[in-house]
Structures are given as C-alpha cells and as structure tokens.
Write a protein that binds this ligand. Structure first.
Ligand code: SF4
Ligand code: SF4
Length: 109
C-alpha cells in the first residue's frame, strides 16, 4: 500500500486483506463501490445480472485492504467483504468481528 506520508507506527501494523463477495442480482449498477474504493480494486464487469445491470468485479483482488467502504456505501447490500488477514500485531481479539461472515456476527441489539 502506498502512503503519502509513512505513519510513525507503520512497522507495528500489518496491512489487512479482504475477500470481496458480490451478490450480482442485488446490484443496480450505480458504480458507487467502483468509484469510491480507495484502492481502485473494483471495475464494472461485462456480464449482466437479472435486472440487466453490470455488477462490479474485482480488477485486482489482491489490492483489497478490507476497509469495507464498498460494503458501507452500497445502497442495495450487494457487496460485502470478509477480512481474512486483519490482524494488527497488537490488536485486541475481542474487539473485532471483522473475520466473520455477516450471519456469524452476534446481534447485541
Ligand atoms: S473493502 Fe475497501 S479496498 Fe476492498 S474493495 Fe471494498 S472499498 Fe475497495
Ligand atoms: S454500490 Fe452496490 S449497487 Fe452500486 S454498483 Fe456497487 S454493488 Fe452494485
């Protein structure tokens, strides 16, 4: 990952990795996820979904840092990301649900 300024504690942290999951048929082709991904990981695919839109697909999946912005920004819940290598070297395991599938995350509401 490229920084405009190297963080002072950069050596203490590992860059997370994300695995992108796209639910094609929910997508309405708005392109928000493509436009706002900070690492330009996504692009419009050639294929059509059932609604006749082009869902996104990874352009360079290895560049995904699991920030989950695409997941947050998608108006149709058509994309989500599993963080596979999150782990900041000093992280507190109890504070993260990031490695779990959405269905596994406990609802404390
Ligand atoms: S999790 Fe972040 S880096 Fe990965 S595809 Fe989504 S917006 Fe891009
Ligand atoms: S933000 Fe959601 S609906 Fe819009 S293109 Fe991406 S996956 Fe499709």
């Amino acid at each position: 990952m490229k920084f405009w300024r190297k963080p002072l504690d950069h050596d203490k942290y590992k860059t997370p990795k994300g695995e992108i999951r796209i639910i094609d048929d929910r997508c309405k082709g708005c392109g928000f996820c493509i436009e706002f991904c900070p690492n330009e990981v996504l692009k419009e695919s050639e294929r059509f979904n059932v609604k006749g839109y082009h869902p996104p697909e990874p352009n360079d999946a290895d560049k995904c840092i699991g920030c989950r912005l695409c997941e947050l920004i998608c108006p149709d819940f058509a994309i989500y990301v599993i963080v596979t290598e999150d782990e900041q070297k000093n992280s507190d395991e109890s504070t993260t649900n990031a490695n779990k599938e959405p269905a596994e995350v406990e609802d404390h509401a």
